[in-house]
Design a protein around this ligand. Structure first.
Ligand SMILES: Cc1cc2nc3c(=O)[nH]c(=O)nc-3n(C[C@H](O)[C@H](O)[C@H](O)COP(=O)(O)OP(=O)(O)OC[C@H]3O[C@@H](n4cnc5c(N)ncnc54)[C@H](O)[C@@H]3O)c2cc1C
Length: 291
């Protein structure tokens, strides 16, 4: 791996120390959590100026706790710990997370972290798609203090996000599960190590009248520079009966919200077709999960 300007590998013991190092090196520093994406960034030629690697594994940011009905997941919590958490594994509301974590290979499950997966800001990754549909938010610490940002407002482009060079994600907040709510996620890939050609997550609430309410549909993969919130599909669903006819109508509307890429992995037309199919399937799965 070619990191020609690396001078040192730091392992700070506190958040303050990590923030100070980020402040010192600015754009020339890179955080390392699981480290599984470092090679991916290097081959894309974006690490040439990096002088300092800052390992955040000793900051005490791993683990999952409850807070006022929310679940707070530390940024260095790995995928396996998330899969094994009893509340996440059992609640229909969080099912999209468990679905998304069925795709990465075991090595990534054991090492990849929720914070690294989000900060990488690649819409080809699965977990952020599922977390966006659940209205997750991020707690961020930096030289100017702490702030919280909705995940839906975090990504600004391919490999780009709202983090300043002296900031890091410390926690991911999953809001309390609304009543009668379930979620689902699907990904199209060519093999088990493949990044998404298309991925899609939905969250569905069914109200007391049997209608869809507060629906979320997020699409990722090769459909644009970042994840897309399918507001046209959500508008069709909200207030409509939670049944197959509404899901069909939403799957027709969803293509208004994406700009599928046409490349060697799949044509734009095929991606759009799969997005329609997955919208319908994910909604049907979420409804089924509500019993
Ligand atoms: C073989 C292989 C198969 C894969 N398969 C899948 C798959 O099926 N589905 C899928 O979704 N993904 C897949 N991935 C991608 C994987 O999800 C990411 O590599 C992983 O999530 C990155 O997390 P990490 O902790 O290793 O991040 P790192 O590599 O440590 O960091 C990634 C980026 O995030 C930054 N960063 C890390 N933590 C923070 C933080 N707390 N705050 C701010 N910035 C931070 C780093 O500086 C770096 O820029 C695969 C990767 C590989 C190598």
């Amino acid at each position: 791996m070619a990191l020609p300007n690396i001078q040192d590998y730091y392992v700070p013991g506190t958040r303050q120390e990590a923030v100070e190092l980020l402040g010192k090196f600015g754009e020339n520093a890179m955080l390392v959590a699981g480290g599984t994406f470092v090679h991916g960034l290097e081959v894309r030629g974006v690490l040439g100026e990096i002088e300092a690697l800052i390992d955040i594994g000793q900051l005490g940011l791993a683990g999952i706790r409850s807070e006022d009905g929310k679940l707070v997941v530390g940024a260095t919590t790995n995928f396996g710990e998330i899969q094994a958490h009893a509340d996440i594994a059992s609640a229909p509301h969080y099912a999209a997370i468990i679905d998304a974590l069925t795709y990465p290979p075991a090595q990534i499950i054991n090492v990849g972290t929720i914070g690294g997966c989000i900060a990488a800001s690649a819409p080809l990754y699965d977990l952020p798609c599922a977390l966006s549909a659940l209205d997750a938010s991020l707690r961020i610490n930096g030289g100017n203090g702490a702030r919280e940002v909705a995940l839906g407002e975090f990504f600004t482009g391919l490999f780009e996000n709202v983090l300043a060079s002296n900031e890091l994600i410390t926690e991911v907040v999953l809001p309390a599960a609304p009543a009668n709510t379930a979620s689902a996620f699907l990904k199209l890939e060519t093999n088990a190590n493949d990044l998404a050609i298309v991925n899609l997550a939905v969250r569905l609430t069914v109200d007391s009248a049997g209608n869809c309410a507060d629906t979320r549909v997020y699409v990722g993969g090769g459909i644009g520079e970042s994840y897309a919130r399918a507001v046209s599909a959500e508008a069709v669903l909200n207030g409509a009966p939670a049944e197959a006819a509404s899901f069909d109508a939403a799957s027709e509307a969803v293509v208004n919200d994406i700009e599928p890429v046409d490349d060697h992995r799949a044509s734009a037309a095929y991606r759009a077709h799969i997005v329609k199919v997955y919208t319908r399937r994910c909604l049907a799965t979420a409804l089924e999960r509500l019993g």
